[in-house]
Design a protein around this ligand. Structure first.
Ligand code: HEC
Ligand code: HEC
Ligand code: HEC
Length: 105
């Protein structure tokens, strides 16, 4: 409970600082869909759809600079993705929703 609160507060303060830094100027929106690698599976992440529903506020995931995300990987992904889905009560929050069981063929 406490851990979650601290995380949320942390995200909010990052957002407040970055809101000023990320403004105007046309930006490279990156790929529409990013195939995030999770072991031998992939999660087709709807990059543009997220941009749209988050009001083009890149800082939710990109901090201050646009492009590859520093130390991107399991821990960063879980922190960024799950915290917002829990906060918004939208989007997947449980392991299996993002890591579906492999279908044997
Ligand atoms: C909900 C999260 C999220 C939001 C919001 C978001 N992005 Fe991304 N973006 C990602 C992820 C995840 C990656 C891949 C990170 C990596 O591989 O380091 C990425 C990668 C990128 C890349 C690099 C592509 C490459 O492979 O070089 C660009 C450019 C980019 N985003 C632009 C934007 C812009 C511009 C916005 C705002 C209009 C935005 N993104 C909003 C999650 C997001
Ligand atoms: C700042 C908030 C926020 C962040 C960060 C975020 N999401 Fe979401 N996500 C949403 C919302 C809101 C939805 C509900 C659908 C919509 O409105 O776009 C959603 C929906 C989804 C869905 C359901 C299918 C879809 O695209 O609609 C998946 C999968 C998903 N997110 C994956 C991710 C992953 C992976 C990350 C981290 C790279 C991430 N999200 C980061 C807000 C966020
Ligand atoms: C919102 C979607 C989401 C949820 C929920 C989620 N993960 Fe992940 N997970 C990811 C993404 C995205 C990556 C890969 C990030 C990257 O490197 O691009 C990842 C990477 C991983 C990895 C490392 C790659 C691999 O498959 O070996 C493991 C292990 C993992 N997650 C386990 C879990 C477990 C266990 C849970 C539940 C407690 C969980 N995840 C919940 C999105 C999610």
């Amino acid at each position: 409970m406490m851990k979650r609160l601290v995380l949320v507060l942390g995200l909010l303060s990052i957002a407040a600082v970055s809101a000023a830094a990320v403004t105007t100027a046309p930006k490279d929106p990156g790929p529409e869909i990013i195939r995030l690698k999770m072991g031998d599976m992939e999660l087709p992440f709807q990059h543009w759809k997220h941009q749209k529903s988050l009001n083009q506020e890149c800082y939710h995931c990109h901090n201050t600079k646009i492009g590859k995300i520093d130390r991107w990987g399991k821990d960063t992904a879980h922190k960024v993705c799950i915290a917002c889905h829990e906060l918004e009560d939208k989007g997947p929050t449980t392991c299996l929703q993002c890591h579906p069981k492999k279908t044997k063929s």
